[in-house]
Design a binder for this molecule. Sequence first.
Ligand SMILES: [Mg+2]
Length: 377
Amino acid sequence: MDALQQTITGFETWHLALPVTSTRDHGIGRVEGNCEVIILALTSEDGTVGWGEASPWAVFTGSPEASHAALERYIRPHVLGRKLSKRTAIMSDAARAVAHCTEAKAALETALLDLTGKLLGVPVHALLGGSGQTVAANAMRLPLSVSLADPDFARDRALLDRLRLDGVRIVKLKTGFRDHAYDVMRLEALAQDYPEFRVRVDYNQGLEIDEALARVRDVAEFRPDFIEQPVRAHHYDAMARIRAAIDVPLLADESVFGPEDMLRAAREGICDGVSVKIMKAGGLSRAQQVARLAALNGLTAYGGDMFEAGIAHLAGAHMIAATPEITLGCEFYQAKYYLAEDILEEPIRYEDGHICLPDGPGLGLTPDRSKLERFAV
Ligand SMILES: [Mg+2]
C-alpha cells in the first residue's frame, strides 16, 4: 500500500504535568512546580504512530486546557478518516476550525510529519526540505543556548559550572523580573567569572515603556549577542524606538508569532532578528516561513522554545536543521537541564554544547507510555 494513501484511524491525547527541578522567573511570569504539555498520538491503518506535543505557557501563548480542547473538540474531526497525503489540507482545515491555539496546531503538524516520515522511512527534516544547517561531519548537531532564570543567582552559578563542564558556550540571561541593579550585577558576574560564554539577554516583555530605553542602554554596554523583547508584545512603536537607539541587535519574540506578524515587524522596523518557535507559529512549516521572511528582510533568526518536553524539542530541532535562515542556534535545553525527567524512552543526546538529532525515520523518538500515564493530569 502506498504509505501516503493510509488513513488516520487513531487520535489520542494526554494532558501531562511534568515536575521541574527549579523555579524560573521571566519578565511576564514565573514557572515552578511543573510544566504542563499536551501530547498527541496519531495512528495510521497499519498501526504506525506519529507523535506531537503542544507546549503552551498560559501568560505567553495560551493555556494547556485551551490546547487540549482545540485538539479534542475542534481539530480531531478534521483529522480522523483523512489520508496522510492530505497533510496541507488537514492543516488548513485545522487553522479554520479554531482561531489561535498555535501550540495545538504545532502538535498536529508534528504528529502528521512524524507519522509520514515513519511510513516513508525518512526523517522529518528531510520532509521539510532536507538539512540546510552547517553540521558536524557525522551527526546533525545544533548549537545550544541555555537560559539563566533562577531567582536565586547562586543556583544559576551552579548551573553555569555544570554547563561549562558540558561544553555549553551560549547562555541567555532572563532579565526584567526583579530590579535593574540585579540584572546589571548578574551581567557583571557573567563577564568576570564566565568569560567563555556568549551572552544573550531576554526581558520577556518585563519593562515598562518609560523605563525601557535607559535600562536597555545600560545592558547594551555589556555587548550581549542580542537583547530580546524588552517591552510588551503589542508595543511595536516602542520596540522600533529602542532598536534605533542602541547598537546591539534587538530581537522580537512575543511580538512575532507567525508569518503575518513577521511581515508587519519587518515593515515597521521593530527588530534586527526574531525568535522562531513552532509553538508560536502554529507548526513547523509556518515557523520556516517566519525564518524565511526574516532573512528576506535582512533580519536574523534564532531557534526559541517554550517550556517543552522531548517531542517538541526534537520537532523544533528537525525544523531548524531544514532551515538555514536560523543562524543563531537554539534553546532546546529543558529536557536535560530543567525537567526532573523527560518522557522519551531514549533520552535526547546532548554533546559538547549541542543538541543532536536522532537518526531514524520521523522525529526519531519513542515516548515512554508509562510516563504518559504517570504524569497525566
Ligand atoms: Mg524570549
